[in-house]
Design a protein around this ligand. Structure first.
Ligand code: PMP
Length: 355
């Protein structure tokens, strides 16, 4: 605290990211990173970009990367926006599109960065409760006024809405911007990108941190109507002209071009998710049906806090949230098979002790 803080700074309640501790032999299943490395072609491209040309600024428009993403998603480059991780893309979307006279709508249980952006940017918001099974109901968003942001699959539940439901939302709410945060879409949900052509109010946000294993590079992007993208670009160019350095642009391009590596990694994660879900059910957990690279699970006999601490003592890190509705759940990232057996062995040991 300092007396030189602005009123804005006093009023913030910053997002708390999952820990990145240095514990030897740690099984790290707390921040939804990929257990597999990025495409070797992406690593080679990043290394090649780490040379003498670093004295030059990168392309402020990331033209080549936007062209490659446009071709990949079958849209025009004017419909693509890139940023320093999808967190930055989301922040710009909040400023450019989601600050409106009517409060922004999002679920009561979702990515906890959304209310943080609202406080930073002075955006009024209304949360809409998930149902008892932790599902989003599109109908709850139809007879209202404000813009909407929904993570699909939702975080931290992992539950996905079908394409037809997103289509219904975007059509019924043609009066407002609708942002669909698809950070986890590649692990079994269906993208809303095909709706962009018909719906000038839809922005779909993706990240290269999860399914492309590039969390350390910080690349995210959005696909939407050219008018929406122009709005994001106005905000970006009022904030930072060069959010993506040369290595980031080169690595992201090479990653998109390596489809074989991407398909293999996501298939392996989905297979490991099915195995982990079955193992957790055998241990007595309730596991929500996940379409993401994590599962959200609770045990009837132990609190979330007890389990998370007992796992930590065994050098297994999972994410635990303290918000009342989700405090008994653990969010467990889908790791490698070896990491997941370390987790299930540790859980078996913990559950065998008297609660
Ligand atoms: N959206 C959701 C739903 C997330 O869980 C995350 C990861 N914390 C992000 C966006 C941001 O990811 P990144 O900034 O690494 O692209």
């Amino acid at each position: 605290m300092s007396r030189f803080w602005s009123e804005l700074t006093h009023g913030l309640s910053p997002y708390v990211p999952g820990e990145q501790p240095q514990i030897p032999g740690l099984v790290k299943l707390n921040t939804n990173e990929s257990p597999f490395g990025p495409s070797p072609k992406a690593i080679a491209a990043i290394q090649a970009a780490a040379g003498e040309t670093l004295r030059l600024y990168p392309d402020p428009q990331a033209t080549r990367l936007r062209e490659v993403l446009a071709a990949h998603h079958k849209v025009a480059p004017e419909q693509v926006f890139v940023g320093n991780g999808s967190d930055e893309v989301l922040a710009h979307a909040f400023a450019a599109l989601l600050k409106q006279p009517a409060p922004l709508l999002f679920p009561d249980v979702t990515y906890s960065f959304y209310p943080v952006y609202c406080r930073l940017l002075g955006i009024d918001f209304t949360t809409i409760p998930l149902d008892a099974e932790m599902r989003v109901h599109v109908d709850d968003y139809l007879d209202r006024k404000g813009p909407v942001i929904i993570a699909n699959p939702n975080a931290p539940t992992g539950i996905a809405l079908p394409f037809a439901e997103i289509a219904r939302l975007v059509s019924a709410r043609s009066d407002a911007a609708v942002v669909i945060d698809e950070a986890y879409v590649d692990f079994g949900a269906e993208t809303a990108i095909p709706l962009v052509a018909e719906h000038p109010n839809l922005l779909v946000v993706h990240t290269m941190s999860k399914s492309r294993a590039l969390a350390g590079l910080r690349v995210g992007y959005a696909i939407g109507d050219a008018g929406l993208i122009e709005g994001l670009t106005r905000v970006k160019d009022s904030f930072n002209s060069y959010p993506l350095g040369r290595p980031a642009q080169a690595g992201a391009i090479a990653s998109i071009e390596d489809d074989a590596h991407f398909q293999e990694a996501r298939a392996a994660i989905m297979e490991n998710r099915a195995e982990l879900t079955a193992a957790l059910v055998r241990l007595g957990f309730d596991v929500l049906p996940s379409s993401a690279n994590f599962v959200f699970a609770r045990h009837p006999d132990r609190s979330g806090q007890t389990l998370a601490s007992a796992l930590r003592e065994r050098a297994v890190l999972v994410r635990h949230f303290t918000a009342p509705r989700i405090k008994d759940y653990l969010r467990i990232t889908i790791g490698s098979k070896a990491e997941l057996s370390r987790l299930t062995d540790a859980l078996r040991e913990v559950l065998a002790q008297n609660g």
